[in-house]
Design a protein around this ligand. Structure first.
Ligand code: ADP
Length: 239
């Protein structure tokens, strides 16, 4: 969905939550213009280039990772036109030597553009998860996203309400971005609602440290929420 709603944070924490369930997992950061995976896993090394043709994913604590961010300097802007982006995406979809995986979590860039369409055409995607905050302006992108996946015939696994609320030291819940928005949209479009993740400082800190919370603290209340969501997802793919 929209930029800044927590897609990359969700993708990385989901990947480690799936790994904690014993799954073999990879993460493909498909954001060519703004890759964030190297920062989120605290690792930036050039993937090994095999036979001059293939990229070997970078290992992060047992999760296989690939990102355009491994190939360019962190602060170098990608000033590329559509065709170059499409060819970069094709490298990520066709030339990565994943090693025996159950799941590849693809972190999509915001919106409904070239990247989403190239993936829809070139890769058999088992399902999409739409992340949003419950704010009206973000929900517009959710509705566009749902319709894009429906039109490209990609199954929508479900929707996630991120930064859903903030629980203060007073124990009260504050609905900073509104309440119930994502769940309402899932009902409106007859899609599954996978759960709420609150706005939590530990998630932000772990992202900045480059150590996903579900990796460093699998029993943290937030990690347990990711665990529940990961379980719901694996349930959907049982046989
Ligand atoms: P996107 O990939 O959608 O652009 P990010 O995952 O980069 O969004 O998240 C945007 C910012 O919000 C980051 O600073 C991230 O650490 C923070 N963030 C995301 N989800 C949460 C959350 N539930 N609680 C606190 N901070 C969050």
């Amino acid at each position: 969905a929209k930029g800044g709603v927590g897609k990359s944070t969700f993708a990385v924490n989901l990947a480690f939550a799936l790994k904690n369930l014993g799954k073999k997992v990879g993460i493909l950061d498909a954001d060519i213009y703004g890759p964030s995976l190297p920062k989120l896993i605290g690792k930036n090394e050039k993937p090994e280039n095999k036979d001059g043709k293939y990229l070997v994913p970078v290992d992060s604590n047992g999760v296989q990772c690939i990102s355009m961010g491994f190939l360019v300097e962190e602060t170098t802007p990608m000033i590329w036109r559509g065709p170059m982006v499409i060819s970069a995406i094709k490298t990520l979809t066709e030339k990565v030597l994943w090693n025996d995986l159950d799941y590849i979590v693809i972190d999509m860039p915001p919106g409904t553009g070239d990247t989403q369409l190239t993936f829809a055409q070139d890769v058999k995607i088992d399902g999409a998860i739409i992340i949003s905050t419950p704010q009206d302006i973000a929900l517009l992108d959710v509705k566009r996203g749902i319709q894009m996946f429906d039109r490209t015939e990609i199954n929508i696994i479900g929707l996630i309400d991120n930064m859903s609320f903030f629980k203060g030291d007073d124990g009260k819940k504050y609905n900073i971005f509104g309440e119930g928005g994502v769940e309402n949209v899932s009902k409106e479009f007859n899609k599954a609602f996978l759960g709420k993740i609150p706005l939590h400082q530990d998630l932000r800190i772990s992202a900045d440290k480059g150590v996903p919370l579900t990796l460093s603290s699998p029993d943290h209340e937030i990690s347990l929420m990711f665990k529940e969501i990961a379980k719901k997802i694996t349930e959907k793919f049982k046989n």
